[in-house]
Design a protein around this ligand. Sequence first.
Ligand SMILES: NC(=O)c1ccc[n+]([C@@H]2O[C@H](COP(=O)([O-])OP(=O)(O)OC[C@H]3O[C@@H](n4cnc5c(N)ncnc54)[C@H](O)[C@@H]3O)[C@@H](O)[C@H]2O)c1
Length: 283
Amino acid sequence: MNGFNRIGVVGAGLMGAGIAEVAARAGKDVVLIDANPAAAEAGRDRLKGSLERAEQRGKITDAAEVLKRITVSSNLEALADRDLVIEAIIEDEATKTTLFTQIDAIVTDPEAVLASNTSSIPIMKLAVATERPAQVIGLHFFNPVPVLSLVELVPSLLTAPATTDRVREFVEKDLGKHPIDSQDRAGFVVNALLIPFVLSAIRMLESGFATAEDIDQGLVRGAAHPQGPLALADLIGLDTTKAVAESLYEEFKEPLYAPPPLLARMVDAGLLGRKTGRGFYHY
Ligand SMILES: NC(=O)c1ccc[n+]([C@@H]2O[C@H](COP(=O)([O-])OP(=O)(O)OC[C@H]3O[C@@H](n4cnc5c(N)ncnc54)[C@H](O)[C@@H]3O)[C@@H](O)[C@H]2O)c1
């Protein structure tokens, strides 16, 4: 048994609220923390809405009970009795390492595991900020968390095999999700493949090779992708796409990861995709 029954989630944004929801749906007692009390409340409201929709669609029958298992707080001390803490705060290395040092000091169980949902920060940087690097691991969920079944497991060079085993069991048996293993490298498996694909589509558009519509239709109709790479970039957000590309380029120094000038200029212009109403398409 992995022994994870009291779960802490730090960061009640898009990802943290989703992770808290799937953990509570798996019957776990969950403490959801956000440094910003308004963000904590907003996270709880989103979570409540998501559970109610799941109940309306017949996916669950106990939305009210699931919600009761989640305590929302803006006080990190509420993590003291947790046996697994999953960090999902903003993607900033200094903020995350400070938080890992704080959580490590607050969580009392010496066997407790500290995980991060980071998309691009090396797990090793977070591990060495704690006194328990053997129990620090990357646990990378996908958005929307209640819908997408993949979780990347990312042990650092210092993670104990027993930690990875416990977390794998939690992901598979408790959450009912599908884990895949990745080394502690920028992008892990999925983004290391997906981002250069999206960047290639942007370069193709930039060079006048084909229109945005034709590039996307090519992949939707010719390769059965649910959406084309440029529509996908608009969904991810062009700022996020550029930031992930930069961290991949920083790590591997391969031209295929370098953000093309068109992407940089669109970000400079504030054309960030769906969230600003305009990216490669108008919304
Ligand atoms: N958005 C995605 O599609 C996605 C997918 C996989 C992984 N991730 C990763 O998940 C993490 C969270 O991303 P998100 O999209 O949910 O971000 P978000 O901006 O929606 O939420 C981040 C939350 O963290 C809170 N926060 C910031 N600093 C904090 C601190 N020191 N202590 C406690 N709370 C703090 C903020 O108030 C905010 O509510 C990032 O590391 C990101 O790279 C995101």
